[in-house]
Design a protein around this ligand. Structure first.
Ligand code: ADP
Length: 486
């Protein structure tokens, strides 16, 4: 003012001053101070014009915070690290309390991070991560927001809500300190990954509609970053799985080739020398045929795998008598088993379904080969077929290695091999994946019962009713497994 009085010029000031409201609250102002002149143009006073620029300053701060958030969220591909950084960035600038809950593999919702501002340090520990799990069915708070996929503003935190926040046991200390709560979902591609919750104390301004819009924008950016990080991780894992598979497949394909070439060479040298083919060479020729068949099976399953991945595995739709098929396969496989006894129990009468005989044969061959392969010390394999209501149930039971409990849900996955099998028996982890696709294309399902060390039984359920068996009107059904590209 003195300067304006002295110099007689207009002075603008912007966001450099704080005014105090009647309620005692400070707020930013901008404005100008201009001289008042008398008729002789002498400065006789000054006039001040003030503007309350709270909203503008807040908008600028928000933009700044959003920019920092975006920078932070792309800083690393470790999304947990990014979210911890985000919660810390937002406290206390946006809220005094911030938690991020994520949907975990199980039913519970996992608290990934809790950040608190200095005003709450007396009441809560300042740990970054508080590993608590929330019941997803809670009726309010983060779990509700995750379920509903929409933001909720709680103007007042009551005891029930505080309990639903599932903070650690010290949450009660926070009672009375946190006044308002805003929960926003972390949504991406139509799904909810988790939620971000913000709490403010009674001393701060309550959340308003602008805060909700801002928090939703933050959550949108955070969800995108998390999704990118998860996709990147998935892609890395898929590449790793592909590389591991390629090296296993190359090894698996090479093993039969070695003995096949060795025996073929032996027979060739003998015939070139004009010597007769003796018992040893006959045995060698059997090995050649057996290994060539093995190679054929492996290449077939690799081709099927690629057909499944491109959605091109199709099956014929013709009448098949399952009784005849099961009996024939049992009779064909039995003599090829050196250390195992194969017994079958099949109804005498025809059991008809509509399907692809060759593909169904492939299913049974695969299950029987596995039963023999995973009973390396020999034993009895039981092949059985029963009709239950309108279903045929074909089972293959062995007394071999069995499958560990924790591996059971995964054995039909592509490339998966149970640890007990991978240690002792070679394989590519493709057969059962293909088998399941074929069975499902027939409208059926495959199940397994097993105990490690006690053998395994696989059950193939096939529908006998025509409406179950017909996949498409075109006369063939094709696989729509929707497998991720590898
Ligand atoms: P592979 O036999 O080439 O590994 P599969 O897809 O046929 O591939 O089988 C997947 C996994 O399921 C096997 O690696 C093994 O762990 C388990 N498995 C399949 N059949 C049996 C069985 N009869 N007994 C024990 N484990 C089995």
């Amino acid at each position: 003012m003195d300067y304006v009085l002295e110099a007689g010029v207009v002075l603008e000031f912007d966001n450099q001053a704080l005014a105090v409201s009647r309620q005692g609250q400070h707020f930013p102002i901008s404005g100008s101070c201009a001289p008042i002149r008398d008729e002789q143009s002498a400065v006789v006073g000054v006039v001040f014009v003030f503007r309350n620029i709270t909203e503008r300053v807040r908008a600028e701060q928000r933009l700044q915070l959003l920019a920092e958030t975006s920078q932070l969220l792309v800083a690393s591909l470790d999304y947990q690290e990014n979210l911890i950084g985000l919660a810390n960035l937002l406290t206390p600038d946006f809220a005094e309390w911030c938690t991020i809950d994520v949907v975990s593999n199980g039913p519970a919702i996992r608290r990934l991070v809790r950040a608190i501002g200095a005003s709450l340090h007396g009441a809560l520990r300042g740990d970054d991560t508080v590993e608590v799990e929330t019941d997803p069915q809670t009726v309010q708070g983060p779990a509700f927001v995750i379920r509903s996929g929409r933001a909720v503003l709680y103007p007042h935190i009551d005891n029930a809500l505080l309990a639903d926040l599932a903070d650690d046991q010290q949450k009660l200390h926070a009672q009375g300190l946190l006044e308002t709560l805003l929960c926003v979902p972390l949504m991406v591609r139509g799904g909810t990954l988790g939620s971000i919750s913000f709490g403010r104390t009674a001393n701060s301004k309550a959340f308003d509609d602008d805060d909700v819009v801002f928090a939703e924008e933050l959550a949108r950016r955070a969800a995108l970053a998390v999704d990118n990080a998860l996709l990147y991780r998935e892609a890395q894992e898929a590449i790793k799985a592909r590389d591991t598979f390629l090296s296993i497949a190359a090894h698996e394909l090479k093993t039969p080739l070695t003995s096949l070439l060795g025996y073929a060479d032996l027979v060739r040298r003998r015939t070139q020398a004009g010597l007769p083919i003796g018992e040893r060479e006959q045995r060698g020729l059997s090995v050649v045929v057996e290994q060539a068949r093995r190679l054929n099976r492996m290449v077939t399953s690799l081709l099927d795998l690629s057909r499944i991945q491109t959605g091109q595995l199709s099956i014929d739709q013709r009448p098949v008598d399952l009784s005849t098929l099961v009996r024939r396969i049992s009779e064909e496989v039995s003599p090829t088993l050196m250390m195992h006894t194969l017994v079958h129990a099949v109804p005498d009468e025809a059991v008809l379904m509509i399907g692809d005989e060759l593909r169904l044969e492939q299913v049974l061959q695969n299950l029987l080969q596995n039963a023999a392969k995973y009973s390396p010390h020999g034993s009895t394999i039981r092949l059985r077929m029963e009709v239950v209501d309108n279903w045929a149930c074909i089972s293959v039971a062995d007394q071999g290695l069995g499958i560990p409990n924790e591996a059971l849900p995964r054995i039909f996955n592509r490339f998966y091999r149970a640890p007990n099998a991978a240690q002792q028996v070679s394989g590519m982890g493709v057969g059962l994946f293909v088998v399941r696709q074929i069975v499902e294309l027939h409208g059926g399902r495959i199940e397994v019962q097993s105990k490690e060390g006690m053998g395994s039984t696989f059950f193939v359920w096939l529908p006998l009713q025509a409406e179950h068996a017909y996949g498409t009107a075109s006369g063939s059904s094709s696989c729509a497994a929707g497998c991720a590209a590898w």
